[in-house]
Design a protein around this ligand. Sequence first.
Ligand code: BV8
Length: 225
Amino acid sequence: MRIVVLTGAGISAESGLTTFRDAGGLWEGHDPMQVATPEAYADDPGLVQRFYDARRAALARVEPNAAHHALARLEDALGDDLLLVTQNVDDLHERAGSRRVHHIHGRLQAAWCTGCDERHEWHGTLADEPPCPGCGASDLRPDIVWFGEVPYGMDVVEDALERCDLFVSIGTSGVVYPAAAFVHWAAGETLELNLEPSAGASDFDASRQGPATRLVPAWVDELLG
Ligand code: BV8
């Protein structure tokens, strides 16, 4: 059975990471629509860099939860028949043991040099304008897909959705595109697992409401028998 799973900020909520919406529309005290854009970065790079430095530092204080671990177990069982796509920029799927994680919105722990275009694993800060390990220029930005920028690997995602038997959306409000359109691209059955019905809940064949740490392990156990 070929499955595509999409996760959003809701799967990391019970690990203690603020979601986009539930934070009362603020991330680390900032309006994400004001901060997660190329214009905001051009306008005030220090503000944007400090915003991401704070979220990157927060990763050290949180752990993956039962939902992340259940998806790692699913990957062990399905191998390449599972494509795990995430909108999240945290590393909790990887730390739970998932090996193939498709970050369509980039990752907090990566830096992108706008000088030489190289990308680097990055666990420290960027607001202090460190030199690029490749070219030495102080042109490193967060390797994050901002609003108005093109998400990563959409061809792979689109292809997997067109061939899947099942598409499962977990912990996402369904307001950010193109991820919110995946339910329409999926060839197979569609299921939403979310704390509350998302904006696109009615487009799914089935939906279950509750915390991800309860819903996801139960769904994986049901699937694997
Ligand atoms: C693109 C990185 C073209 C940043 C992010 C109108 C005007 C302007 C723009 C647009 C527009 N219409 C469409 C657009 C395009 C725009 C967009 O969608 N805007 C929205 C706001 C309308 N999209 C883009 O610009 C994208 N690029 O379109 O390029 C293109 C298209 C196709 C192909 C090629 C090119 C780029 C979007 C990427 C933006 N970057 N992240 C960062 O993280 O700092 S998006 C950002 O929002 C995060 O990724 C975050 O994940 C996401 C919000 O979504 P969710 O993950 O769903 O989080 P949210 O808080 O909203 O929801 C959490 C859910 O969990 C809730 O439903 C809640 O109930 C649930 N939950 C909470 N707790 C739990 C739980 N569920 C289970 N258990 C729990 N315990």
